[in-house]
Design a protein around this ligand. Structure first.
Ligand SMILES: C[S@@+](CC[C@H](N)C(=O)[O-])C[C@H]1O[C@@H](n2cnc3c(N)ncnc32)[C@H](O)[C@@H]1O
Length: 284
């Protein structure tokens, strides 16, 4: 059965999921009947070697071998497999046996090549972290192959974060989420594809533990304003002030640890960071 893009986004009340221990499959914003029809465990790491025609898995992926559109279409993901539920996910294949009893805590949504995670990996060696990326662009596997024993707490999955988070993660599992330089989808008709919106913020609040943090960064002022407005409208988030962020070692990394950030930096583009805390109880 084909997934019919795209039911009109329905505004769900922010607390739709609050008393649910298991995320209701099919309620994701891109409400996906497909969730129920493709229960295969994902083959995750994209094969860098087959994409660049080399047999060496240790080669870092090179941009010239990946012809890609400027912005990803999050509906075009029929090639992606995913676990039916978080219980069906075998994380050992990405982290090794040491993952037993541990959970992923940091999630980089639309991680690109994974530059932020590479940095965070050494800063927080005890924490498991994961990047989700719609397109084939990952260098973490290659880095791990090149540096055995390093970057073992990081993995990148090819997946659609707008649809499949409930298939991977449990309620209140995450302590930090990152949305760095998300696709701006400039045209009004495409705003529904923006990865920060009211419905998805409710979903992210389900996966974030109270006190958990969402970091955003963009070079597009209009998108920044859109994201800030969505968070400020949502009763389960509070924007953190510069003073509150002054001692957070992650904030200085938001600008240019990712490939997109480095590009913005080279072009002397603007940077608009904004950081939000997931509240325990809704603001009144
Ligand atoms: C402009 S790039 C930024 C990448 C990275 N965060 C950086 O700063 O270099 C946005 C990325 O988000 C990915 N993306 C867009 N929608 C996505 C989705 N629904 N799930 C996973 N990744 C997505 C795109 O494929 C693209 O690589």
């Amino acid at each position: 059965m084909d997934w019919k893009p795209h039911q009109k986004a329905v505004e769900l009340p922010y607390d739709s999921f609050k008393n649910m221990e298991t995320f209701p499959l099919g309620l994701s914003q891109f409400s996906s009947s497909v969730l129920l029809f493709k229960p295969k465990i994902m083959e995750i790491e994209a094969s860098v070697s087959s994409a660049n025609g080399s047999n060496k898995a240790t080669n870092l992926p090179q941009k010239k071998f990946f012809r890609q559109r400027a912005h990803a279409n999050p509906r075009s993901d029929h090639f992606i497999d995913y676990p039916r539920t978080p219980d069906d996910m075998n994380w050992e294949q990405y982290f090794g046996p040491s993952v037993a009893g541990k959970q992923i805590e940091f999630l980089d949504v639309g991680c690109g090549y994974g530059g932020l995670l590479v940095k965070l990996s050494t800063l927080y060696p005890e924490i498991l972290m994961c990047g989700l990326e719609l397109r084939v662009k990952q260098k973490i596997k290659a880095l791990r192959d090149q540096h055995p024993g390093q970057y073992d707490n990081v993995c990148c999955l090819r997946s659609n974060a707008m649809k499949y988070l409930p298939n991977y993660f449990r309620k209140h599992q995450l302590s930090k989420m990152f949305f760095l330089y998300p696709d701006p989808h400039f045209k009004t008709v495409k705003h529904k594809w923006r990865i920060i919106n009211t419905n998805l913020l409710s979903e992210y609040a389900y996966f974030l533990r109270p006190g958990g943090i969402i970091y955003t960064m963009t070079d597009v002022e209009d998108l920044h304003n859109w994201m800030v407005q969505a968070f400020e409208k949502h009763p389960l988030y509070k924007r953190l002030t510069d003073e509150e962020l002054a001692t957070d070692p992650i904030v200085p990394l938001l600008g240019d640890t990712t490939e997109e950030g480095q590009k913005v930096n080279r072009n002397k583009g603007s940077m608009f960071p904004a950081v939000f805390m997931r509240l325990e109880k809704p603001r009144t």
